[in-house]
Structures are given as structure tokens and as C-alpha cells.
Design a protein around this ligand. Structure first.
Ligand SMILES: C[S@@+](CC[C@H](N)C(=O)[O-])C[C@H]1O[C@@H](n2cnc3c(N)ncnc32)[C@H](O)[C@@H]1O
Length: 200
């Protein structure tokens, strides 16, 4: 099993996390969700205050120990913070009404394995809510991202994050249909957000 300890990144995220995504966007990401949820790569729990009242339970999976400890310390009663990875979710088959992936599919070691796990744990009709930065559509942006990824500079600085992930294509390849999708830029970085459902 790979080592998910990134203490420097964990300290950096305390500063950068609230700036990388606004409270309004976190609330919008989680809006309308209900039932039993799984959050993949929950970090230090920045999404926790924004889970709607109809959410009965959240299993928040986080492999990085310092982030996980901070998340557990601030978790509301309905949120259970657990060790695990997106590629091996410690969650039963067909048990989640929704899975939340927020700025994490850029960092997982294997997007296909992670999305197969999302599909496994979702109930029939369950949804994947996502908010992710992705590869640029224009050539200049993509080239700059490729340099940062291929030299290892960005993944090293950002604890395994990659700028060139085509997360939309990965979702489609793994049998998800995008029910709604928004494309936008945050600080010059292209992002996608929306809801994906598993095609049966
Ligand atoms: C940029 S942070 C985002 C944290 C949180 N989702 C948020 O929005 O504040 C990326 C997170 O993904 C986690 N991560 C990295 N690899 C992972 C994996 N294979 N499975 C699950 N989480 C992972 C990191 O530990 C970190 O918490």
C-alpha cells in the first residue's frame, strides 16, 4: 500500500483549502443531497459544515493522517471520518445514496479504480457529485500543465495532484452519465462540477 503521509501538504491545505474553493461553491456542491453519503478524500473536512440537514450519515474517507485527524476533530455527529483510499473504499456495496468527490480525482493514484469503487458503493440511482480541476481545453494551457506534471514538479509540491487529468472522460469511460455539468475557471485553472449518474 502506498504511503499517504504528506504532513507539509496537510499544513499547506489549512491555508490553501479555504482559498481554493469558496464556501458558496462547497454549499452548491452538496446542495439537495440526502440519505447516506460517502465523501472521498475529505481532507480536513472543509465540506462538513455544508452537508444539508437531510443527510443522515457521511462516511468521510481520508488517507492522509494529519488531515484525517483534523477532519475527525471537527466532524459533526452525522460524519464518521475513516482511513481508506478512493481505490479501496471501506464501504459496503450499494450502500450510498451519493458519493462526493471534491478536488480529489486529480490526486488518486488510479482514476479508473476509484470510479469503479464509486460505482460499487452507490445504490442503484445514486449520484456522484463532483468538483474537480481538469486538463485545459486549449493547447497553451495544456502544454503548461503537461510541463508541471511531467517534470514531477506539481505532483511533488501538491502531494500527488495532477493538472492534466481528463476527469470528465474518465467518468464517461467508467459508465457515468453527466446529468448536469458546469465548466469554469478558478485562478486560471479549468474546473468541472456537477452530478453524474451510473448508467445501468
Ligand atoms: C486537494 S485535497 C482536497 C481535500 C478536500 N476534498 C477538500 O475539498 O478540501 C486532496 C485530498 O485527496 C486526498 N487523496 C489523495 N489520494 C487519495 C486517494 N487515493 N484516495 C482518497 N483520497 C486521496 C488527499 O489526502 C487530500 O485530502
Amino acid at each position: 500500500m502506498s504511503d499517504h503521509r504528506h504532513p507539509l501538504f496537510a499544513r499547506f491545505w489549512a491555508f490553501a483549502g479555504p482559498r481554493a474553493m469558496s464556501k458558496r461553491d462547497r454549499a452548491a456542491l452538496l446542495s439537495g443531497l440526502s440519505g447516506d453519503l460517502v465523501e472521498v478524500g475529505a481532507g480536513d473536512g472543509l465540506n462538513f459544515p455544508f452537508y444539508p440537514p437531510d443527510v443522515a450519515s457521511v462516511t468521510a474517507v481520508e488517507p492522509e493522517p494529519s488531515l484525517r485527524a483534523r477532519a475527525a476533530a471537527g466532524a459533526p455527529p452525522q460524519v464518521r471520518v475513516v482511513d481508506g483510499t478512493a481505490e479501496h473504499l471501506p464501504v459496503a456495496d450499494a450502500s450510498a445514496d451519493a458519493v462526493v468527490a471534491c478536488l480529489v480525482l486529480c490526486s488518486v493514484a488510479d482514476q479508473d479504480a476509484a470510479l469503479a469503487e464509486v460505482a460499487r458503493v452507490l445504490k442503484p440511482g445514486g449520484v456522484l457529485r463532483f468538483y474537480e480541476h481538469v486538463v485545459a481545453e486549449n493547447r497553451a494551457g495544456r502544454s503548461a500543465q503537461q510541463v508541471l506534471d511531467r517534470t514531477g514538479l506539481w505532483p511533488t509540491l501538491a502531494a500527488g495532484c495532477h493538472l492534466t487529468r481528463d476527469t470528465r472522460a474518465a467518468m464517461v469511460r467508467n459508465g457515468f452519465a453527466l446529468a448536469d455539468e458546469r465548466r469554469f475557471s478558478v485562478g486560471g485553472l479549468p474546473h468541472i462540477a456537477g452530478t453524474a449518474t451510473r448508467q445501468l
